[in-house]
Design a protein around this ligand. Structure first.
Ligand code: HEM
Length: 210
């Protein structure tokens, strides 16, 4: 879970860096998108790897939620101290939050793939449009701008807990360094999550298409 989560964070950094070119200008963004697509063999390999990573992350998450639920059921059956049950409750609500936000992000990614990768949104006309125009069409759409703003907000919240717990699940856990890991994870979440969120906010709500 930790490894797949951190590798997906690596994808988010690269993906955000590319998309921030939307602020630089249409020519720069199109050049970047075309250069990426020229590497067709590499791209297929990267996309397959990315798909495998998302699939592994989701499957392991599902397994963890089930295992934790079963473990908790078992513990409730045994007599517990008050502290144990408070800790269990905290863990249960963090699990639930990660699972719910994960489902929302999955929904967002499916819509996003339909919008930008598969280009199958029936209410959009993609024909003859350059990548920059497609991004503006999606981010500026009256429904999509809300979907993108909410999706990236939920992503920020998911990362704010997920990054530090990825380190924990890799066994990187020391009382001296835990606050740094927690704060580092939180700052990463804010920079990456709000970096993405700035795109629908700026191009969808404020500048109306750039
Ligand atoms: C909010 C601003 C975002 C913009 C403008 C944006 C833009 C794009 C574009 C243009 C593509 C198509 C790439 C291509 O085939 O040429 C793409 C693909 C993709 N995006 Fe985003 N994206 C955004 C946010 C996100 C977020 C928050 C995630 C993950 C949570 C994400 C995950 C993906 C994935 C998994 C793909 C497919 C990768 C691929 O086809 O190579 N995107 N995005």
């Amino acid at each position: 879970m930790g490894i797949t989560g951190l590798l997906l964070c690596g994808f988010l950094v690269v993906h955000l860096a590319g998309n921030l070119l939307l602020y630089v200008g249409a020519e720069e963004y199109n050049q970047y998108a075309h250069a990426l697509h020229k590497q067709d063999k590499l791209l297929i390999f990267a996309e397959a790897g990315l798909f495998a990573l998302f699939a592994a992350h989701i499957l392991i998450a599902g397994r963890l939620v089930l295992d934790n639920r079963n473990a908790r059921k078992h513990q409730y059956a045994v007599k517990q101290s008050k502290i144990d049950s408070a800790n269990n409750h905290k863990l249960a609500s963090a699990d639930l939050w990660m699972a719910l936000s994960g489902v929302v992000i999955l929904g967002f990614i499916l819509v996003h793939l339909a919008d930008m990768t598969l280009k199958i949104r029936p209410d959009f006309s993609y024909h003859g449009k350059e990548p920059y125009e497609i991004a503006m069409m999606v981010l500026g759409n009256r429904w999509s701008k809300y979907i993108y703003a909410i999706g990236t907000l939920v992503l920020t919240a998911h990362l704010s807990h997920g990054v530090s717990s990825a380190f924990q699940s890799l066994g990187i856990n020391h009382p001296k360094y835990n606050p740094i890991i927690r704060w580092g994870g939180f700052i990463f979440a804010i920079v990456i999550g709000l970096g993405f969120m700035s795109l629908p906010l700026w191009f969808g709500f404020f500048s109306n298409g750039g």
